[in-house]
Design a protein around this ligand. Structure first.
Ligand code: SF4
Ligand code: SF4
Ligand code: SF4
Length: 320
């Protein structure tokens, strides 16, 4: 069978040649195998830059909003978790489905580059990666390494609900079983067991390390405001000062802004340069929305509205 990267290139070439899209957003090779990077291809002659491997971590759906007001159509490569963001952006009226061609790739899991880098010697070049089912074999110029998925995948992949894209105009790869390695909300449940003081101390410790680099906001597909509350100067809702109080305000406001829309793609968590476990914060809201309103993960179906944007007469009203 032709490998996924080659199939992606052929699909992209066809879409561009037949003028079905003006741009393909996919993954390209970076400085080495593990350093994949988003690439934007608008010429069928350039599709060779497209690649696919278990280091294609980014959620590329984020970029669709940059082209939503451009004429023409855009194709985007998505994994299962990313695909939820397509549905969510359509529901938020941020993109129009008729302007997007979704190239879905089924996904058996993504390796966490940081964990892999900690295992291999510095300076060693990665050459090839093979999926063995429950592990990956990575060939390098200094020999082969085997990485068990349950220890070396991205955290989001250990509890993946949608290894198969929930929306796709073109679907590549073999259908993948839903194969969770951990209980989905185990970390949130562990935090819920703490006392109020312990929870407060836990998050104080995390938020006090925040650099306010805003990478978590910038990478988030459902953070779509053209003018963000954190950039506003008049009025200045949250000061730019980097201290625990302002950092906490930043994180809580952002968590509430994406509540009911966060597609649990885990990108904010992955991208944080100081490893603040933001996913636990967003997953707490996701878990509560599930417990209170039986709400599925946002974006997991095309017809889903935000659980906080509608009501039914049977909703609990303990807060009233
Ligand atoms: S969460 Fe699922 S779809 Fe997303 S990268 Fe991991 S295994 Fe793939
Ligand atoms: S990415 Fe991390 S350091 Fe940067 S603003 Fe977000 S939480 Fe803070
Ligand atoms: S808040 Fe984080 S997990 Fe949720 S959609 Fe945004 S980047 Fe993804």
């Amino acid at each position: 069978m032709m490998d996924i990267a080659q199939q992606l290139r052929e699909q992209a070439k066809k879409l561009l040649e037949e003028k079905k899209v003006d741009l393909v957003i996919g993954f390209g090779e970076g400085t080495e195998l593990a350093r994949t990077t988003p690439v934007f291809v608008n010429n069928p002659e350039d599709v060779a830059v497209l690649t696919w491997n278990p280091f294609c971590a980014n959620n590329l759906v984020k970029y669709l909003t940059d082209y939503s007001h451009e004429p023409g159509k855009v194709a985007v490569v998505v994994k299962g978790c990313d695909s939820r963001a397509v549905n969510r952006l359509i529901a938020d009226n941020q993109i129009k489905k008729e302007k997007v061609v979704v190239i879905g790739v089924t996904c058996p899991g993504q390796l966490d580059w940081q964990k892999v880098a900690a295992k291999i010697s510095p300076g060693v070049r990665l050459k090839e990666v093979t999926d063995n089912g429950d592990s990956f074999t990575v060939k390098t110029d200094a020999g082969e390494y085997k990485f068990d998925k349950k220890d070396y995948m991205l955290r989001r992949c250990l509890v993946c609900e949608n290894p198969n894209p929930v929306v796709a105009d073109v679907l590549l790869g073999k259908e993948q079983p839903v194969k969770n390695y951990e209980e989905r909300f185990a970390e949130v449940k562990a935090l819920e067991q703490l006392s109020t003081e312990e929870k407060s101390a836990y998050w104080d410790k995390q938020f006090s390390r925040c650099l306010r680099c805003y990478a978590c906001r910038n990478v988030c597909t459902v953070c779509t405001c053209r003018e963000c509350v954190f950039d506003q100067m008049k009025p200045m809702w949250v000061s730019k000062r980097n201290n625990l109080s302002e950092n906490t305000a930043f994180h809580l406001i952002r968590a509430f802004h994406v509540a009911g829309r966060c597609v649990d793609c885990g990108e904010c968590d992955r991208i944080c340069p100081v490893d603040i476990p933001l996913r636990k914060l967003n997953q707490k809201i996701l878990k509560d929305l599930g417990d209170l309103f039986d709400a599925p993960t946002p974006g997991s179906r095309p017809d889903l509205v935000s659980p906080l944007g509608e009501f039914t007469t049977g909703d609990p009203e303990e807060f009233m």
